[in-house]
Each structure stands twice: as structure tokens, then as C-alpha cells.
Design a protein around this ligand. Sequence first.
Ligand code: NAD
Length: 420
Amino acid sequence: MATDGNLDGTLFGAMLREFEEAARILSLERGIWRILTSPKRQITVSCPVQMDNGEIIVFTGYRVQYNVTLGPAKGGIRYHPGVTLDEVTTLAAWMTWKCAVAHIPFGGGKGGVICDPSVMSRRELEALTRRYIAEIIDAIGPEKDVPAPDVNTNEQTMAWIMDTYSMHVGHTETAVVTGKPLELGGSLGRREATGRGVMIMARESARHVGFDIKGAKVGVQGFGNVGSVSADLLAKAGARIVAVSDWKGGVYNAKGLDVPALLDYAGRNRTVQGFAGGEPLTNDGLFKLELDVLIPAALENQITMANVADIRARVIVEGANGPTTPDANDQLYKRGIFVVPDILANSGGVTASYFEWVQDRHGYFWTEQEVNERLEAKIVQAFDAVRQTSIDFKVDMRTAAYIVAIKRVADVTRVRGMYA
Ligand code: NAD
């Protein structure tokens, strides 16, 4: 699929553009190139579910294991009406590169079911989850493929998956999914791990660029899981969180926002808009501020050719997946803005998932401090490897992250050799 046909305008085509630049610099041989641009396994299943009104609806589900050279496939499952095989395949490819950059023994996977969870009851969602997992049961497992939450799936969904899998294999198997509730084999520190990783990346970037994170001016777009934890931990590290925005609007305070009070406000009002401790701000306004660190932590395609010229940050840490378009990324590089790319910047989440899987397989659980210390070590190592590669190859951090990832998967592919 990957290298045949016209991929212009597809999400997979966009991923290939990033891949190819790094592969060319590495002078990757044609055969390995073909392997790394071909999804290993794409599964499509039909999932009949009896709805609450008695009607039977057949939902389409996908699970893609893009590359499993380094270990079991790892990646979330999303429930959304817009899920396509192209999207799931591309997200699985990105997971392959993200796990390789994070240097954890996982390949890349992703799943999706075409459905609209906002109009489904809890019972219908449970029935759909159990049937979808039953349909792909032979392909998943702690040694094969380890799903996790993504858009519109959560800890409860993971609990149903773990239970369905355990019923099929005849014993309790917690390591089949991550992102589980704590009482069911989840890991301490996982909820905060992506934001913690973003905080560490911002701190290390500041050191690299030549300023102190203490007192640095930070703006954060998005105040959900990633944005709020990043803001909170950066404030605790001494940074000044001057601006925050979400889907409704934003808030600005040149002296630094009171983040604990903002967390409390956002928890009660489901938005940061209207917070009394600062002036109102738009999302566009946030991107125009003079900042030391800008953290897009909301959605994809936020920094584009339409607004890239306005950006006056010294460092950008991509908490969200795909917040910068490729053309805008080139502009940022030309202007000397230091960008930590998504596959590196938000890899704290999948690293903590790896820790959850390790703890489940050992049946021995770490303290929150142990999780955080091990996360810190992995994140700093990943940042240093990519930074050094960007210096060695004279490329931006995004291309460097792809070089590190592709090289790791390619090296293991070569050493393992060709089975047949
Ligand atoms: P979330 O749903 O908890 O929060 C999203 C935030 O973005 C909310 O504050 C929302 O109001 C805001 N938002 C939505 N639309 C917006 C808009 N048009 N303008 C400004 N703000 C808007 O999601 P999350 O888990 O924090 O994920 C955020 C991003 O990080 C996504 O791209 C996700 O894929 C990525 N990511 C998350 C994790 C994780 O562990 N949660 C891991 C890796 C990557």
C-alpha cells in the first residue's frame, strides 16, 4: 500500500514527506526503505452490536500494526465518526517513530472504530468495545500488540479490553493494554507523564538555547491533560506562565498567571476564559506574544503559513501531535526558532505506558517517585540523542528525530535479516 499509488493529499503522504527527508540524509537502502514505508498488518473487522432500541448496527473497526521490529505494536484506539484506514495507518507509523525515538522496545500500532460515542449509551459502548476486541483478539496481547486510550476512549474502555482479553485467554492478563485504572494494573504518574515530558523538554531546550527556565515566559495553547500538566509543572520549575488558551479563549498576565488558581477555575468552568487573574486573550493573540517558550498542546495544524510570521517565541515544544505544518516548520527553522517536534516532545506518555507494561509483566509496582525519576532519565536521553543528531547532520530537530528513529528501526531490521 505504502509506496504504490498516488498518496498526494493523504495523511500517509504527509508522513512520508517527513520520513523521506530523513531517509535520504541517511542514504537508506531501497529495500529497507520499502519495508519501513509498508504497514506490516492492517486488520479491518465488522462489529455487530445490538443497540438499546433492539436494532443491530454493524460498526467497522481497524487495527494497524505498522512495524513490530523493535517489539510489540503500541498505540491507542480511537472512537470517532471520521476514522479512516489512512488515518489509522499514519498514526501507527508515527507511533513507530515515536517509540523508536523514545528508545523503548515497542513497534507502532493504532486502532479505530467508526462510531459516534456522543450518541451511544455506556452499555452500547461496552458492547462495541468487547466485540471489537473479540474480533482482533488473535492479533493483540502483551507480546504482540498493546493498545491504549486515544480520542474518545479512556480508562474504562481499557478496563473492558483487559477483561475481554482475560476472559478469552482464561486468566487475568493486565499487560494487554496500558492506560488502565490504578486498581487494575495502571501506573502511578502516567496521567501526568506527557505533560511532565513536555516540561523536561522545555527545560532542556532552554539550557541548549542559552536561557534559564526559571523566570522564562511561557505560553500554552490548550489546557487539557497535556497543556494543564505542562503549565503546572513548568510553573513549579520557576517559569512564568504568562498566557494560556483553550477552545473558548484565553487569558494573559505579564507577571505570570496563578496556575493552581487557574487549574481550579478551569476544573469548575471547563474553560480558562473569564479567569479573573489576567486579561482576555484570543488563540491568535497567544501566537503573537513575545515568549521564551510556546507550547501548542491542543490540536493539529495550529502553526501554519498564515500565522508563522507572527510567532516570536525562542523555543516551541510540540505537546500536541502535528501542530505545525511542514512549510511552517521550514520557516521556523530558517528564523532560528528551536522546535522540539511532537514525536519527541510528547513521548513522555508512551514512555510511561511502557513503564506500566513492565510493571504489569513483573507484577511489581513502582512508587510515583520511581516512575518520575525513570521518566526523567529516558526523556533527557531522548532529547540529547536528537539534539546531538541535529548538530551532527546540521538539520532541524524534526528531521533529526526521524533520523534517530529510522536509524534504530533500520539497524535492527538489518541485523535480524530477512525471514523466508
Ligand atoms: P484534551 O482533550 O485533554 O485537551 C485538549 C485541549 O485543547 C482542551 O483544553 C481544549 O479546550 C483545547 N482546544 C480544543 N480545540 C481548541 C482550539 N480550536 N483552540 C485552542 N484550544 C483548543 O487533550 P490532551 O490529551 O491534552 O491532548 C492534546 C494534544 O496532545 C493532542 O494533539 C493529543 O493527540 C496530544 N497528545 C496527548 C497525549 C496524552 O497523553 N494525553 C500524549 C501524546 C500526545
